[in-house]
Design a protein around this ligand. Sequence first.
Ligand code: BJW
Ligand code: ZN
Length: 247
Amino acid sequence: MTDNLAQQIERVGAQLAQAQVVACMTGAGISAESGVATFRGGGGLWEGHRVEDVATPQAFARDPELVWRFYQMRREGLLTCRPNPAHIALAELEQRCPRFDLITQNVDGLHQAAGSRNVTALHGDIWIDRCTACTHEQRAVGVVADMPRCASCGALARPGIVWFGEMLPPGALEHAAEAVSAADVMLVIGTSSVVQPAASLALMAKSTGAVVVEINLEPTPLSASADVTLLGQAGEIMPQIVAAMSQ
Ligand code: BJW
Ligand code: ZN
């Protein structure tokens, strides 16, 4: 680790220790060290796929079996994934902050598995099956070969996640916007910051006076506006930041 990164981590730890309100936005990169594939870039889930073939309501209407196969494959991959040190550090951070809001774009449930309580999942939950005909939602029973059907009315179910062109879960964006607007410090971890409206939340935090700290392997469109971008693995940097709060 370079001296510069170590100094930046110490400074962020000190800022968090002083903060009354902390918000955090996470993306697929925070789960990469748990073995969960990210979306974009080399080795990403969508490499070789057109997004509109798998992640839109139109794709599901056209070929629900293809889309279900993709999500059942994702569920199967998740069965062996566990929270990594970055998820665990965020659960500890929640315990140490007077107010802490975790806003995630991830659908994998690893924050909750790590012990985080105050989690707003902007893009839904991959383990929920949602009816396409009524309002019923049910927890998936594991990975199954047949397309899931609604336990209430028998209609075809769909994954309980948010595809492009769909609205976010009721109240989720409003809650996230309130949390980031109140924040003294906002952490933005492992997201390419290209998907809206999630990507705008860090800019909102910045405009209402928060210190915005980005943690990523590489610069993103947010980096120009962030107060600091810590380049490295979230699973290495986050535990050091939480440890630095006590120094
Ligand atoms: C590490 C690391 C390590 C790796 N440590 N870092 C305004 C302008 C233009 C377009 C729009 C707009 N408003 C809305 C839109 C349309 C659209 C949109 O944003 N399009 C853009 C692509 C241009 N948005 C929507 O449609 C949203 N709905 C909406 O806005 O409703 C209102 C509305 C409706 C209709 C019309 C207009 C408005 C819904 C967005 C839903 C996104 N859904 C997905 C799929 C979820 C289901 C699934 O899982 O399959 O959510 S897309 C996908 O991207 C997924 C993710 O949550 C999301 C973000 O990706 P994320 O997390 O950033 O992952 P990656 O892979 O991109 O990046 C990983 C990062 O980690 C990289 O930077 C790595 O470097 C880093 N990393 N390892 C630290 N160890
Ligand atoms: Zn139903």
